[in-house]
Design a protein around this ligand. Structure first.
Ligand code: NI
Length: 177
């Protein structure tokens, strides 16, 4: 296992469409996921997509700890190979997001579908379907966007809420005072 270098916004690997995985059970996919898990644990965060470690394949890992899940009981570590996301209705939420590929920055108001279904293959090759809402749905949409070359600022309709997290926190503190 190895901690991999994380690509930052502006690197072409983050801007392209990632390729489907032919065989989710292949040893090289298992190895990639093991390295992604180690990289995510080292960097901190709830999710990581393969393009973020310079591998243009449709693979995502994420976990929502109970402490960070405002909308549910948390989600155990999940590996998504070739995921597909479908909104279940027209409802959207705005909430803040950060990204390991845009270090030090935050977007306060990123629109996402409130309720989604998502289908994927696991490392055992089996297909699975799930439904998600709230923060869980947001994490899945953010990570799967990486597979289509989309970063969260590209989803924002109001860039007033995009900036360095230190500055935005200072600004909000001053606004409250
Ligand atoms: Ni990200």
């Amino acid at each position: 296992m190895a901690i991999l270098k994380i690509a930052r916004m502006g690197h072409p690997v983050l801007a392209r469409q990632a390729d489907p995985v032919d065989d989710p059970t292949a040893p090289e996919i298992r190895r990639l996921v093991a390295d992604m898990l180690e990289t995510l644990a080292d960097a901190g965060g709830v999710g990581l997509a393969a393009p973020q470690v310079h591998v243009p394949l449709r693979v995502v890992i994420f976990a929502v700890p109970e402490s960070r899940d405002r909308d549910g009981p948390g989600v155990p570590l999940t590996v998504l190979v070739n995921p597909e996301v479908t909104p279940l209705d027209d409802a959207q939420d705005n909430d803040w997001e950060g990204c390991l590929s845009i270090p030090g920055m935050v977007g306060l108001s990123v629109p996402r579908w409130s309720r989604i279904g998502y289908a994927f293959h696991g490392l055992d090759g089996k297909s699975e379907e799930r439904e998600a809402h709230g923060f869980h749905a947001r994490v899945v949409q953010h990570e799967c966007d990486h597979l289509d070359g989309i970063l969260y600022p590209m989803r924002m309709t109001d860039l007033d809420g995009f900036g360095f997290s230190e500055e935005i926190m200072r600004r909000d503190k001053e606004a409250e005072a």
